[in-house]
Design a binder for this molecule. Structure first.
Ligand code: MRU
Length: 346
């Protein structure tokens, strides 16, 4: 599948010492890559959504952890271990609702201890562990990118030429680092001459749909129409919407889906209007340890994102109370299918 960006949204430099990310807060006005060299810079890049989207968060945490350890100089294995655990635990609290962050960091920890168990003390052992951590983080990224290609094929199998798709938030190239989940079948449909039409919901309050999805799809030449979130009902009732594709931050063991706040409302509308509603994500996003969606922590974000962030002047009286949950739970009963690299299930 073609890529429409100069490079991946998250990349580790060949020497493993710098993490380069496309700053998503500057889009669509500026396509700027920033260089990250410390755990603190990465932590803020994740919390401020410079890098965002569940899978890109996991990838950047894994690559970032490797990068921090590559820059850390010591000959003492115990000191190296305690720095590894400090950085890992610190990055793990950057965002709470996306399971990939924890899975990918835990995988890095398993890799660390596998190497440590067969290592002698000293500099040689440390440099071997650094190499293995770097390779593991790069594999995490590559596996997710490959997974997106399989998801693209399964999603594409549901589409017909001239199809109209609705999507929410951004589950594309930027949310993984290449291709994407919910958007990857659309890119494939475009490449295959299906001329797909897409309604992108703007996704209040941080406008991932407006700023990022319409940007990505536009770059790929897809016919995309932006709507405010509260227009989804009239669009489904008056226009032709064949199918809805969204991503996921976590899928609970019972198939409930945690995704950007507003997803559940769209699923309720989809049921009302009889529009098939699909969730696209790697199988690793299914968290067997969370029995239902209500067992997943929902991130709450600051009120200024609702009242000020994308306005020239405040959009509400100063001091207005704001409730700003970043995600919601879509019950499995509202979902037509969950598409992973292994196929389509319910
Ligand atoms: O707060 P964000 O922008 O990180 O939320 C992103 C979403 O909700 C995406 O739909 C989800 O992470 C899937 S990304 C492939």
């Amino acid at each position: 599948m073609k890529s429409f960006f100069e490079k991946d949204a998250v990349e580790l430099t060949p020497d493993g010492k710098e993490l380069v990310i496309l700053d998503q807060t500057l889009l669509p006005n500026q396509e700027k890559y920033i260089t990250i060299t410390t755990a603190e810079q990465l932590f803020y890049a994740i919390t401020l959504l410079k890098v965002r989207g569940s899978h890109a968060i996991g990838i950047s945490a894994a690559l970032g952890l490797a990068m921090c350890m590559n820059r850390f100089e010591t000959n003492d294995l115990r000191v190296f271990e305690s720095e590894f655990l400090r950085v890992k635990r610190y990055l793990a609290i950057s965002r709470p609702s996306a399971v990939d962050l924890f899975t990918d960091l835990n995988r890095m920890e398993s890799c660390f201890y596998e190497q440590m168990s067969c290592a002698e003390d000293g500099a040689g052992a440390i440099s071997l562990i650094k190499e293995r951590l770097t390779a593991e983080a790069r594999n995490i990224k590559l596996e997710k990118i490959r997974t997106c290609l399989a998801i693209a094929e399964y999603g594409f199998s549901l589409l017909k030429p001239g199809v109209t798709i609705m999507t929410y938030c951004n589950a594309g190239y930027l949310a993984v680092s290449r291709y994407g989940t919910a958007l990857s079948p659309i890119f494939l449909a475009q490449e295959n001459g299906y001329m797909p039409k897409v309604y992108a919901c703007e996704t209040r309050p941080l406008l991932q749909g407006a700023r990022l999805t319409s940007y990505e799809l536009g770059k790929a030449g897809v016919d995309v129409t932006l709507i405010c979130d509260n227009m989804a009902s009239i669009v489904m009732s008056r226009k032709k919407v064949d199918i809805i594709f969204v991503g996921a931050d976590t899928v609970a063991a019972n198939g409930d889906v945690i995704n950007k706040v507003g997803t559940s409302g769209l699923a309720i509308l989809a049921q009302h209007y009889g529009v098939p509603f699909y969730v696209l994500c790697p199988s690793q996003t299914i968290d067997k340890d969370r029995p239902t969606g209500y067992d997943v922590k929902i991130e709450e974000r600051p009120g200024y994102e609702v009242t000020e962030m994308y306005y020239e002047k405040p959009s509400a009286p100063v001091g207005t109370k704001v409730y700003n949950p970043a995600f919601d739970v879509t019950p499995n009963a509202l979902i037509t299918g969950i598409i992973t690299e292994n196929g389509i299930s319910k």
